[in-house]
Design a protein around this ligand. Structure first.
Ligand code: G6P
Ligand code: MN
Length: 442
């Protein structure tokens, strides 16, 4: 009989947890499961999600053990995989990250610009804590980490826990590949083989192949240059307004270098003035998420719990969760699946720092992955990436050393911050707002 896996979801109270569980339960043929555990430090929040997920889990397969806990020992004992999507400080702190930046005339975004730096200073300890629990209670497990801001978290973890079994991932490239596939008439993103390089939330596609190695790069390029990542069937529906605008804005980002296809997140670095002008400093993406997805997920969970059944609800599976399960499957079954991961460069991009955490295609096999060689990258991307990597490295060093000065340099270095003066004002206000979350800075 196939091995059955035990999985812990760190950040059990996340609005993404039900989707991850639905996807896990829809893939049991391929990836059999014996135990699903939810772990969170916020018991009340997690219970709201867990009570509904438990009902769902029992309906699909009553033999699967389902546990929700705030005890790390229970959570991390006897697990094969940890799927980590924690958010230290919750959406309330995301709101502060975004609004403080905008108050100072800078891009207010959860992972990019000043908000991303502030978030990183909270996140690093949380991810390290979870990694340490995993290593203590299940040393052979893998952590598949998509806790944000993934770029800086990956940077700090690679420095502090260089030998840990952690792989950092992001669903944005595959989400955008799905949109590209739909736009150019490819049935499934998995039919495409891509070349991509960058840092997390900071990368570019250079080559897209369809079935039979057919080169469809130009077709994809032409589409994105005209329409961004808005697939024909998505014109005007389905997504929140802010994401719709982001997908569309990719065409302007791409205009700067039409030879490559950019990740949507580059808009914050290439058009920060436009972003600020089109943001509402009193109502940011955090508010949209709290009023939208968060309310909706909690209300569905509440109804399921009250009814004692999931009947009447469509179970949603997602690209994002499928990608995580594909990765767990590849690591456990040795499939050599080609996947975009955030890994130490170590020469894959030949003209870029060896110790940088880059996002590139890798081949994933049993308990390991191999980087695909990217070779030399062009001056435009290299320059941008070097500045961004230096910024992220300074944040990581500032966290490790408790250095006020390095963090000031990091804010100053960021393309979303116009001057050292604004950088200092931002830093001082974030320190106040993050009391109890950030390490003490000297
Ligand atoms: C994408 C990114 C994630 C990010 C999420 C935010 O999926 O890859 O890193 O967390 O968007 O979405 P939200 O709907 O919370 O703004
Ligand atoms: Mn991401």
């Amino acid at each position: 009989m196939d091995k059955k896996f035990s999985v812990v979801i760190a950040g059990g109270g996340s609005t993404y947890t039900p989707e991850v569980i639905c996807t896990l339960l829809s893939e049991l043929d391929r990836f059999p499961i014996r135990s699903i555990k939810l772990y969170d430090i916020d018991e009340e929040r997690q219970n709201k999600i867990a009570s509904a997920c438990k009902i769902l889990c029992h309906e699909i397969d009553p033999s699967i053990e389902f546990i929700a806990t705030t005890d790390p020992k229970i959570a991390y004992t006897d697990v094969d995989f940890c799927l980590a999507h924690i958010r230290v400080g919750g959406l309330k702190m995301r709101e502060k990250d975004e609004k403080i930046a905008l108050k100072h005339g800078c891009v207010g975004q959860e992972t990019c610009g000043p908000g991303g730096i502030a978030f990183a200073m909270r996140s690093i300890q949380g991810v390290l804590d979870n990694l340490d629990y995993m290593e203590k209670y299940s040393p052979n497990a893998w952590m598949l980490n998509y806790s944000n801001p993934a770029a800086i978290v990956a940077q700090a973890v690679s420095k502090l826990r260089p030998d840990s079994r952690i792989i950092n991932i992001c669903d944005q490239p595959i989400g955008l590949e799905s949109a590209m596939a739909a736009s150019i008439g490819v049935a499934d993103r998995k039919e495409m083989t891509v070349r991509y390089f960058g840092l997390n939330h900071f990368g570019w596609w250079t080559d897209i192949r369809g079935k039979d190695d057919n080169d469809i790069t130009d077709k994809a390029r032409e589409y994105v240059l005209q329409n961004g990542f808005i697939a024909p069937d998505k014109m005007g529906k389905d997504t929140d307004d802010s994401w719709y605008k982001t997908y569309y804005k990719a065409k302007d980002v791409m205009a700067v270098d039409p030879t490559t296809i950019p990740n949507t997140y580059l808009k914050y670095y290439l058009y920060p003035d436009y972003e600020v002008a089109h943001s509402n400093p009193d109502y940011t993406r955090a508010n949209e998420v709290m009023d939208g997805r968060e309310k909706m997920v909690f209300s569905i969970c509440e109804t399921i719990t009250k009814n004692g059944t999931t009947k009447g609800f469509d179970l949603v599976t997602g690209n994002h969760a499928t990608f995580i399960i594909d990765l767990a499957y590849a690591l456990s079954h040795g499939t050599y699946e080609r996947m975009i991961l955030i890994v130490k460069n170590e020469g894959a991009i030949s003209n870029f720092a060896d110790d940088a955490m880059v996002e590139i295609p890798c081949l994933v096999s049993k308990d390991r992955y191999e980087r695909l060689s990217i070779g030399e990258i062009p001056t435009f991307q290299k320059g941008l990436m070097e500045q961004q990597n230096a910024c992220e490295k300074l944040v990581s060093e500032a966290w490790i050393e408790g250095s006020y000065h390095k963090l000031w340099q990091a804010f100053t270095m960021n393309r979303c911050v116009p001057s050292a003066k604004v950088a200092k004002d931002l830093l001082d206000e974030y320190i106040e707002a993050n009391k109890g979350y950030w390490p003490q800075l000297k």
